[in-house]
Design a protein around this ligand. Structure first.
Ligand code: C2E
Ligand code: CA
Ligand code: CA
Length: 586
């Protein structure tokens, strides 16, 4: 047929032109067939299922991966996709199909549970789009079970304490925020109490961690049972708990709850046929009487608890009482001296070495703020950094610290050590923070790529969009970004896809629990996740050789902790580096 057509083409009459057109159409059809075959072949290679449905949600066509995913060999054409889903999710799908078919939506996506091969329920992501003409729907089904379960596991771990199953700090702070919001609208009071077990360290030291843990679990269970449904008992860490009573009419009612809690642990707890009798010291602060923010409430309750300890333990103190008696002097003293200490440059960075796990080489240093006061001795950054934030002094303090650190780093110009700087949430929100930092870094002749900014999750949680913009700005300027204390508080991992992160610093609590299944599991998950995302992992709080070795085997890239060195002043650094190099040579 082709040849006679060709013969007619040369002739410029009507038949000739018709022959030309037909020939072109045939070529195009052959071309399209080839393309379709190629598409088909590609589709069959895909692990994802590509599918087409009619406007009622009946399957018209599925790619080969369908039978692999569902383990079914029968022809799915004509059946409803919803039949293969968990009943709750079938309703979601039906709603989507309706919206797409009516043209109310053009595309939709959802996570659904599908009956997969071997009777297993798996999580799939379904993305659907309406075809241009709107007569059918096309979609892709992807098995996301693995990452979904990991994410859920991490989310749960991120909000709960692994040992007791109680809410952790992050969840507590969240509930506190909600409680205060509600209380502001009603005339109710919110009480917050810090509970610290007395002499618990002795239980741990004499009977071992395992028994200590069992006692903690038993006691926390007792305390929890004496609270009402709306109350929260959270584990703050170690043997410290926090109770949140969101709906209290007055302070005598709070006193009543405190008494009940003390009675709750009056009777000894039994662990492996041995009775343990413990007491606790507690401090309460009340909203709005003592403070009107969650932060201040926590700080006041904490102080009241310390006061209770100082009173000889086994008692409950209220912040209002304590401040009436003029206590909390230590904080007042520190607050009064903070501005002067910053001005006179008496708060300085010390440096803790970071070690490459693979070969033990020093790769960089984290700058940690240190303040020595002649009267108070060493004051912890955990005390004065938050104070500087509330007093509006974080900007001059931060600048003084990084100035000095960059100056000290410039001494190592010929080595490519990295410098890690901690950035608190308030700092990130200082106008022109990125510009100022970049200016200073350049003035010291240091490339921003050698500077890692360590940020904590609270930044991202505080004001997601604004925080993310600032972080992107810093990253674009060349700084490396590390997430500090990773694993705690990251209730949403999706944030990792939004922030240009380079490094995850695994939280110390997981390193401390590394020799227990929960801690190990967490580190494994974080390392696996970091690897797939191309992120560096650092473990901090490495206190012994066995932990260091295990972390290296698990594939953690960088190690930091007292096992290698504590943070030290610049003057000691050269000597330490020499000694370290010498010990490695042996
Ligand atoms: P971080 O950034 O998580 O710092 C790690 C903390 O763990 C440091 O406490 C460090 O001294 C300690 N540490 C290091 N190795 C070990 C170890 O093997 N075992 C144990 N138990 N602890 C270890 P530090 O210096 O008291 O700092 C506390 C927090 O204060 C820091 O936590 C950081 O959030 C903040 N901070 C410190 N310096 C600065 C600063 O210059 N700027 C800002 N914004 N925050 C700072
Ligand atoms: Ca840090
Ligand atoms: Ca940390």
């Amino acid at each position: 047929m082709h040849t006679p057509l060709k013969q007619r083409q040369g002739i410029q009459d009507e038949i000739g032109r018709l022959a030309q057109t037909l020939d072109r159409l045939i070529d195009e059809a052959i071309q399209r067939q080839k393309e379709q075959a190629a598409h088909q072949q590609t589709l069959e290679l895909l692990e994802d299922v590509v599918l087409e449905m009619d406007r009622e949600g009946r399957l018209l066509e599925t790619s080969k991966a369908w039978s692999k995913l569902t383990g079914r060999t029968d022809d799915p054409r004509g059946t409803y996709l919803a039949e293969y889903l968990h009943p709750e999710d079938a309703a979601v799908l039906t709603a989507f199909v309706g919206m797409l078919s009516s043209g109310e939506k053009q595309t939709a996506s959802a996570r659904l549970r599908l009956m997969c091969a071997e009777g297993r329920e798996c999580w799939v992501e379904l993305r659907l789009a309406r075809t241009a003409e709107g007569e059918s729907l096309r979609g892709v089904l992807r098995d996301i079970t693995q990452s979904y379960l990991q994410e859920r596991h991490i989310s749960h771990m991120a909000l709960h304490d692994a040992l007791t199953g109680l809410p952790n700090r992050v969840l507590l702070e969240d509930r506190l925020k909600v409680a205060l919001q509600t209380a502001r609208r009603s005339a109710h009071k919110v009480a917050l109490g810090f509970i610290d077990l007395d002499h618990f360290k002795e239980v741990n030291d004499s009977l071992g961690h395992k028994t200590g843990d069992q006692v903690l679990v038993a006691l926390s269970e007792r305390l929890r049972r004496h609270l009402r449904a709306g109350d929260t008992l959270a584990r703050w860490g170690g043997d410290e708990f926090v109770v949140l009573l969101p709906d209290m009419p007055n302070s005598p009612a709070v006193q009543e709850v405190a008494d009940k809690l003390r009675q709750a642990i009056d009777a000894p707890v039994q662990v492996e046929d041995v009775d343990y009798s413990l007491t606790f010291s507690a401090g309460f602060a009340i909203f709005p009487d003592d403070a009107d923010t969650g932060e201040a409430l926590l700080a006041h309750a904490d102080r009241a608890m310390f006061y209770a300890k100082a009173q000889g333990r086994n008692n409950v103190q209220f912040y209002s009482e304590m401040s009436r008696k003029g206590l909390g002097k230590k904080d007042l003293y520190i607050q009064q001296r903070l501005a002067a200490a910053i001005r006179e440059k008496r708060i300085l960075p010390h440096y803790q070495p970071q070690i490459r796990a693979a070969d033990g080489h020093v790769v960089g240093f984290e700058a940690l703020a240190r303040w020595f006061d002649p009267e108070m001795g060493w004051i912890s950054p955990a005390t004065f950094i938050p104070m500087a934030e509330t007093l509006g002094l974080i900007r001059p303090l931060g600048e003084a610290l990084w100035h000095r650190a960059l100056h000290d780093m410039a001494a190592w110009k010929d080595r490519d050590y990295t410098l890690a700087i901690n950035v608190s949430k308030r700092q990130l929100f200082i106008p022109l923070f990125a510009d100022k930092l970049l200016e200073d870094v350049e003035a010291h002749g240091i490339k921003p790529q050698r500077v890692t900014l360590e940020i904590t999750e609270s930044i991202a949680m505080m004001d997601v969009d604004y925080g993310i913009d600032r972080l992107r700005e810093l990253h674009a300027a060349g700084f490396r970004l590390a997430i500090d204390d990773f694993g705690v508080g990251w209730s949403s991992l999706s944030i990792l896809h939004q922030i240009p992160v380079d490094e995850l610093k695994i939280d110390q609590s997981f390193i401390r629990r590394l020799h227990e299944p929960q801690g190990l599991r967490m580190v494994q998950i974080i390392v696996a996740m970091a690897k797939t995302m191309g992120l560096l992992t650092t473990a901090e709080g490495v206190e012994d050789a066995a932990t260091a070795e295990l972390l290296r085997e698990l594939g953690v890239d960088v190690l930091q902790g007292w096992h290698f060195a504590r943070a030290m002043p610049q003057e000691e650094l050269s000597a330490w580096l020499l000694a370290n190099a010498a010990s490695k040579a042996h």
